[in-house]
Design a protein. Structure first.
Length: 296
């Protein structure tokens, strides 16, 4: 008997690690598998002795927001691929952030690889890699920047005001208190859009980026069976004045939209009516994201 792990054992370890990641990071903006087919093949391979080795590696993205005391929230995205022999071999990880220059990104990625080589050979290490990025990545933003270029980039950054539209998907929204919160918070944060209660639940909010993010952080703290941002649109506004913001809006206020319900409990919304409503607002392509091929 060889002491080396068999391909099936490696595949089993990959699956259990993916399960762990999805239970720790249930929101799509934290963890998302970019190749569902590869995962399905991997599971099939583990469960059936006759199955062939999968044809493609499992790929996913982990997004990390380090807590940086003196900086705004920075997001680092870890694009990961698991070679077939993982964890006997290291995962392939590329860390990116809009605030990193090319050389900072190379430096960061090579240091991460060194860390993994020294600390993680043969063991599942995605959580260690994520922790390392959370603790160390932000330090690379300032490396090798001459002070003059840093000040100019800060000056230009502060003038850019972002307009954001979030398309939120929930397994269902029935609870009256939640529905009231959604409307009240949107009003308080000057957001427009709509909320479609029922199953599934759809919420769209639009307005200043900071207000949308505050809205999302409040909503996701409530108890949900499943809630995630299905799609996000960001537009940078030149002046960022009131008129600029109004011009971007596709909805005038935030209202609850109830499309003729059908279904046993009278709470399944008529998706055809939702589609026509989105079409009127110039958002028909969003419907595909909610209810398209994935068939949620």
């Amino acid at each position: 008997e060889s002491t080396e792990m068999t391909n099936r054992e490696e595949a089993e370890i990959q699956i259990s690690e993916l399960d762990l990641l999805s239970s720790m990071f249930p929101y799509e903006e934290e963890f998302v598998v970019t190749d569902q087919l590869a995962v399905a093949e991997l599971k099939h391979y583990v469960e059936n002795d006759s199955a062939e080795m999968p044809s493609s590696k499992v790929q996913f993205i982990l997004n990390v927001k380090p807590e940086v005391s003196n900086a705004p929230m920075v997001e680092f995205s870890m694009a990961c691929a698991l070679p077939f022999k993982y964890p006997a071999v290291l995962p392939e990880i590329t860390v990116r952030s809009s605030l990193l220059s090319r050389s900072q990104q190379l430096h960061l990625n090579s240091d991460l690889k060194t860390y993994l080589m020294q600390n993680c050979s043969g063991e599942p290490c995605m959580l260690s890699a994520r922790e390392w990025v959370k603790d160390h990545a932000a330090a690379y933003i300032d490396k090798e920047l001459s002070s003059s270029s840093a000040t100019t980039s800060n000056a230009t950054q502060s003038e850019v005001i972002m307009f954001t539209r979030l398309w939120i998907y929930s397994h269902h929204i029935y609870n009256k208190q939640k529905r009231k919160n959604i409307i009240d918070w949107a009003k308080e944060l000057s957001l427009s859009g709509f909320c479609m209660p029922g199953k599934p639940g759809v919420v769209c909010v639009e307005g200043l980026q900071s207000s949308c993010e505050e809205f999302w952080s409040r909503v996701r703290r409530l108890t949900w069976k499943r809630i995630l941002i299905r799609h996000r649109e960001d537009v940078s506004l030149e002046g960022g004045g009131h008129a600029e913001i109004q011009k971007q809006r596709k909805f005038s206020t935030l209202e609850e939209k109830c499309f003729d319900a059908h279904g046993a409990r009278g709470n399944h919304m008529d998706l055809g009516q939702l589609y026509r409503f989105l079409e009127e607002k110039g958002c028909a392509d969003i419907f595909q994201m909610y209810f398209g091929v994935e068939g949620h």
